[in-house]
Design a protein around this ligand. Sequence first.
Ligand SMILES: [Zn+2]
Length: 237
Amino acid sequence: MSQAQALYRLQEIELNLLRGQKRLNEITAILADSRAVLEARDRVKTAQQALSPLHTRARNLELEIQSNADKARTTDEQLYSGRVRNPKELQDMQQEIQSLKKRSTALEDTLLEVMLAVEEAEARLAQAEADLRAVTADWENQNHLLLDEQNRLKSDQERLLEQRKQALVNVNADSLAAYNALKPRKQNQPVAVLEGDSCAACGVEQTRAIISETDRGATLPRCLSCGRILVRKPGRG
Ligand SMILES: [Zn+2]
C-alpha cells in the first residue's frame, strides 16, 4: 500500500467518523428539545384555565337562582298566610315576588349562556388533551427510534476509531503531517482520487508526470490545481 493509499483509507475512516459525530450531535439536540410536547401541555393548561372560572360562574348563578327561588317562595307563603293584613305591606310583597321572578328569568338566561360557554371550553380542553396524547405518543416513538440509532452510531464510532488506529499504522510521519496540514483547508478531504487523467475533487486534468507519479504511488503526488494528494482508487487501475 502506497502512502497516498494509506492516507486515502485514513480519510475515508475519518469522514465516516465525522458523519457519525454530526448525526450524534443532531440526535442529542432532538432529544433535548421536547418543544412539541411542552407546547401541547401549555395548550391543555390554557384550556383548563379558561374552563375553571366558567364553572365557578355557573355554580354561583345556580346558587343565586336557588336563593332567589327560596326568597320568592318564602314571600309567597307570607303573602298567603293571612298574617299580613296591611294593604301597603301586601302590595310591597307582591311587587317583591314580581321582581324576584324577573330576576330569576334574567339569571336563567345568563346561566344558559354560561353553560354554552362551558360546553365550548370543555370541547376545546378535550381537543387539547387529545392533541397532547398524540404528540406525546409521537415523541415517545421518535425517542425510541432515536435512542436505537444513537446506540448503533456509538458502537459504529468505536469501531471506526479502532479502524483509524489500524490505518495510522500504515502512515508515516511525513505523510501524516502533509495530510493534517491540508485537512483544514480542504474540508477534511486532503486526498482526492485520480479518475482517468483528472482530479475527482476539482476536475482538473493532470500532467503526464503527475499521473505517472500517482500510478507508481512512490511519493505523495499533488493535484496541480487544488493541491490535494492524488491517489488511484484501490481496486481500480
Ligand atoms: Zn484537484
